[in-house]
Structure formats: C-alpha cells, structure tokens
Design a protein around this ligand. Sequence first.
Ligand SMILES: Cc1cc2nc3c(=O)[nH]c(=O)nc-3n(C[C@H](O)[C@H](O)[C@H](O)COP(=O)(O)OP(=O)(O)OC[C@H]3O[C@@H](n4cnc5c(N)ncnc54)[C@H](O)[C@@H]3O)c2cc1C
Length: 328
Amino acid sequence: MNTDVLIIGAGLAGLFAARQLTAAGKRVLLLDKGQHIGGRMNTRQLAGGLADTGAQFFTVRDPAFKALLDGWLADGTAFEWSRGWSDGSLVSTRDGHPRYAINGGMIELAKKLAVGLDVRLKVEVTTINRLDGGWDAQDSNGNRVSANAVLLTAPVPQSLKLLDAGRVVLTSADRAALEEIDYLPSVTALLHIEGWVNLPAPGAIQRLHAPVTWIADNRQKRISPVTVLTMQASPGYSHQLWDKSDDDILRSLRVDLMPFLGDNARVGAVEIKRWRYAQPGNVYPGRYLLAADQASPLMFAGDAFGGPRVEGAVLSGLAAGDALNSLV
Ligand SMILES: Cc1cc2nc3c(=O)[nH]c(=O)nc-3n(C[C@H](O)[C@H](O)[C@H](O)COP(=O)(O)OP(=O)(O)OC[C@H]3O[C@@H](n4cnc5c(N)ncnc54)[C@H](O)[C@@H]3O)c2cc1C
C-alpha cells in the first residue's frame, strides 16, 4: 500500500494533522496501536458508567484553538465544566479560568475528528525504513505501507524506537533535541462507587503538591449515569506505585479517597491504568520538528511540541499538517 503521508498515532495531533492534509487533497493513512481512537483522550466504560482516564479537561490560550472550541461549544461537543478546582479544604482555589470537557467523555472529540479519515486501529508500527523517494513502515504483523512522508505523533521515545529499528539516522542536533524531551508517568484509577460521594461541586478536587493530585466524579461531570471516580497519582507517587499490584495500588489510593466517601459508600469495580508517557515534563521549542538532512519529509509532532496538554497537541497537529502540505 502507498500513501502521500503516513501518520503514526491517531491522538489529537495525528487527527488534526490528517484533517489539514486531507482537506488539501493529500492521501493520508493513520495507524494506531490502540484499541480505541484518541490516544490519551480516553474514556472507559466501567460498571455501566463512563470515566475519562487520560485528559480530564482542557484550557484555552491560543486564538486558533479558541476558534475551534467555540465551534465545539456551539454544536454541543464541548461544555464548560469549571472555573477552577477546590483542593478539598474550605479555601477556594477557583481562579476564574474556564476548564472545558467533552460531552459523553473526552474520547468523543477524537471520534468526531476521525470522521472521513482513514484510521486503522490495533496496528502497531515496529519499524520505519528509508526508501528511495519516501519511507516504508512495517507493523507487528509484518504488513508494510510506503509513503512519501511520515509524521510521528507517538510519545517521542516510542517514535525514536521505530527509527532505530529501521536504522534511520537523524542529525546529532535533532537526536539531541528529541532525547531531551522526557515524560511524566501517571498511575490512574477508575472506581465505581455505590453510595454517597462528597466531592465539592462541580465534582473534582485538585491538589498539585499532594501524592494524589486529582479526584473527579464523572457523574457530577455529567458524562456518566453512575458514580465512577477518576483518581490520579502525582508523577512522583506514580513512580512509587508503578510496580505494585493493582490491589496494592488500590489499597494505597483508598487512604486519600476515604475522606470523600459517605458512611454507606462502597467501592465496586476498579480499573488501574499505568500511563508511562502521561505528559511531557519538558517540550521542544517549536510546534513540530522536521528532521534535517532526510531525502523525504520525516516529521515529529504531538504535545511534546505544542505544549504538554490537549491544546498543545491540537496546535502541534495543525502546524505539522500545514507544514507537510507544502512539502508533499
Ligand atoms: C492521565 C492523563 C491526564 C491528563 N490530563 C490532562 C488534562 O487534564 N488536560 C490537558 O490538557 N491534558 C491532559 N493530559 C495530556 C493530554 O491528554 C495530551 O497532551 C494529548 O492528548 C496528547 O495528544 P497526542 O496526539 O500528542 O498524543 P497521544 O494522544 O498519546 O497519541 C499518540 C498515539 O500514538 C499511538 N502509538 C504510539 N506508538 C505507536 C506505534 N508504534 N504504532 C502505532 N501507534 C502508536 C498511541 O496509541 C497513541 O494513540 C493528560 C494525559 C494523561 C495521560
């Protein structure tokens, strides 16, 4: 199979880049190893409810992203969830800046963006090789795709692995810049709760310097018919919990949860997710990186390029798509 642009990763960056390229008439194929579209925009089903397990909300700084958001608010895709979070004490930490979320769960935005795109899920790319006039990608089933250009939107260490497997050599400056990007982990728990949960309106607490930084009630968020909580450990606490069993992680997290459970509340089904590359700890100073000295375009994009958040991934994808449009 041959395409103009092969995009590895169908998260926000990949989807936005694909939309820019497709709108300009390019043939685009997106491959993603995940079971679901959206990457870290992920919503899970648990005990008849729904819970956002990756990004919880998003903020807006850039006018281009604001224009997109205005469309999503107008058509009911997005809603304003809050203007800041309580830390669980009586002291208000609300700062007045709007935080937005997606109706039905964050994954719904990715599903909407993917309409009309050629996205293949459960395809893990293992190797990128140089070809005369382009690139060749191989997946874990041995299938191959050739493309005039490749856009890598996976977390950077994962993208570098694919190039290393195909012995693609980057300039030392590009390699050094990419290797400087690191990621923070997140151990995230989803918990179905029967009974009363006492989280302050509108359903979440945030404590940036505590072991558990985030507890949210997806029912109060209005994406779930039943109470499913999302709990996130800080990067440091996630490191400590990483190799523990799911049962031990749950035992540890329960300590932080107890003050918010009513007397009659019971923890039901639980799911633990270990995000190795939850958010970049530091980012590249540009919205994408076009690898230097390559015969055909090879580009990196994602939240490590636009900023460590939903908005950053979107802006990076848009910029990468625009840049590739003029190269392919
Ligand atoms: C727990 C958690 C909480 C977060 N909270 C927030 C928040 O509240 N607000 C906020 O703004 N942001 C938050 N974020 C960050 C936000 O989710 C990300 O910045 C954004 O979704 C990244 O999008 P992306 O397209 O750059 O990468 P991703 O969404 O990671 O997309 C990359 C894709 O590449 C695929 N992939 C990787 N390797 C391969 C391969 N070899 N072959 C094929 N496919 C591959 C992956 O499956 C993935 O789908 C959070 C993230 C996490 C994990």
